[in-house]
Structures are given as structure tokens and as C-alpha cells.
Write a protein that binds this ligand. Structure first.
Ligand SMILES: [Zn+2]
Length: 228
């Protein structure tokens, strides 16, 4: 028994630390996230590590997005963007140029790759070419159906982005406001991308959440798993 476990530990050590490790990077806990790599049980953990490490976040994002590094924006303790990036595309989808927190952009890129494109292929038989958004950074407090709140919004640190729709290679357009309860294919696509957003973001609010979200998905890099 001791012999068997010694062999197992040895094999694990070789697998992890040998420079020619046969372990693919996506299964290797010490190798950084790669946005286009197949999803494994380690991917969500790698994403959390990268999203919390400004240098790693920017380096990984640069490989899969049209992006520019910007100096951090520090307004006060409630508002600002750090680490701050500007993105114009993630994966195969352009996006109206937007400044955001690197963690938000990185999670958006994971969602585009592993949620939006597979759903476009499956439900619509085409590719997404553009994500429509309604902003990320906004130095403001949370809005609720009963009015304002005293709590700061995740948008105040650009830790969320609001997505209003999608354009596709075949000319199809989907807008949440028109299509959440629209044609079956579009509706199924929107439900599928909402559900996958819950994997790649920490908080996902859709039209199912409340009337304030009838026209967009609120995709947030922080939170405790709200998905509705
Ligand atoms: Zn929002």
C-alpha cells in the first residue's frame, strides 16, 4: 500500500512539475487560464485566480480580446476602475468600445467563448458577431424597484456589465426587450446564455429578476451566486 501511494505521489509530482508534463494545461493547476481551452473542473478556480490578479488578468485577456491597458481610475473609496482596460472585442464578437474592470472583461470573454458561441451554434446555427451593451462603469448606488438604495452598485467599480442584445453572422439580431418572450429559438438562446452567464459571473440578473432588467442582463464579477 505504501509502495502504491509512493508511486502515485511520484507520478503526480512528475505530472505537475516535469517541464515536459504530459498533463494538458487545462488540467494543470499551476498553468494559467487560457480562454479558448476546453473547460475542466479546474477552469472556474483558474478564472477566480486570474480575475483577482491584475497582471495575470490583463495577460490572459490580451490573448483573446481586442483590448488596451489604461491607467487605473481612482475616484474615491466607492468609485473607480482598477485594473482598468478598454475592450472593443472579446473572442469572435465585437463590442462597442468600453472601459471596464479587467475581471469583468475576462469573465465576459469566458462567457462569449463557452456560453454565447455554443448557444448561437446550437439554437440558431450561426455565430455571434457582436455583443450589445448598455455600459459597465457608473459611479452610482443600486437601483431597486422601490427606488434608490444606500448601497453602492457594482457598476461603481466597473465590476458589472449590462448586455442588451446580440448580432449574428447570418444577420439575425436578438434584443432582450423584444425577444425574451419572443420566437422560440431566440427565447431558448437567451435562456441558455443567461444560464451560462451564471457559470462565468458571480451574479447574473435577467428579465426574470425584476422589471428593471427587462431589457438587459446584469453580469457581475462579484457576489454569491445569484442567478435569476
Ligand atoms: Zn447592471
Amino acid at each position: 500500500m505504501l509502495f502504491v501511494s509512493t508511486i502515485a505521489v511520484f507520478a503526480l509530482a512528475v505530472g505537475l512539475f516535469h517541464p515536459e508534463s504530459p498533463l494538458p494545461d487545462e488540467w494543470h493547476p499551476l498553468k494559467p487560464l487560457h480562454i479558448a481551452a476546453p473547460v475542466t473542473p479546474l477552469t472556474a478556480w483558474k478564472l477566480d485566480q486570474a480575475a483577482n490578479d491584475p497582471k495575470q488578468c490583463r495577460a490572459i485577456l490580451a490573448g483573446a480580446a481586442q483590448m488596451r491597458y489604461l491607467d487605473d481610475k481612482r475616484v474615491d473609496e466607492n468609485c473607480g476602475i482598477a485594473p482598468r482596460v478598454e475592450i472593443a472585442a472579446v473572442g469572435a464578437s465585437t463590442i462597442g468600445t468600453i472601459e471596464t474592470n479587467c475581471a469583468t472583461a475576462l469573465r465576459l470573454a469566458m462567457w462569449e467563448q463557452h456560453g454565447v458561441q455554443p448557444a448561437a451554434d446550437h439554437y440558431l446555427n450561426t455565430q455571434a458577431t457582436r455583443l450589445r451593451h448598455a455600459g459597465s462603469y457608473s459611479c452610482r448606488k443600486i437601483r431597486t424597484t422601490s427606488g434608490g438604495s444606500t448601497q453602492w452598485s457594482s457598476h461603481a467599480m466597473a465590476l458589472a456589465i449590462d448586455i442588451t442584445g446580440f448580432d449574428f453572422a447570418d444577420g439575425t439580431r436578438i434584443r432582450l426587450i423584444d425577444d425574451w418572450n419572443g420566437d422560440l429559438d431566440k427565447k431558448l438562446f437567451l435562456q441558455a446564455v443567461r444560464d451560462s452567464a451564471c457559470i462565468w459571473f458571480r451574479t447574473t440578473l435577467s428579465p426574470d429578476y425584476n422589471a428593471l432588467h427587462a431589457d438587459h442582463f446584469h453580469l457581475q464579477a462579484t457576489g454569491w451566486g445569484t442567478c435569476r
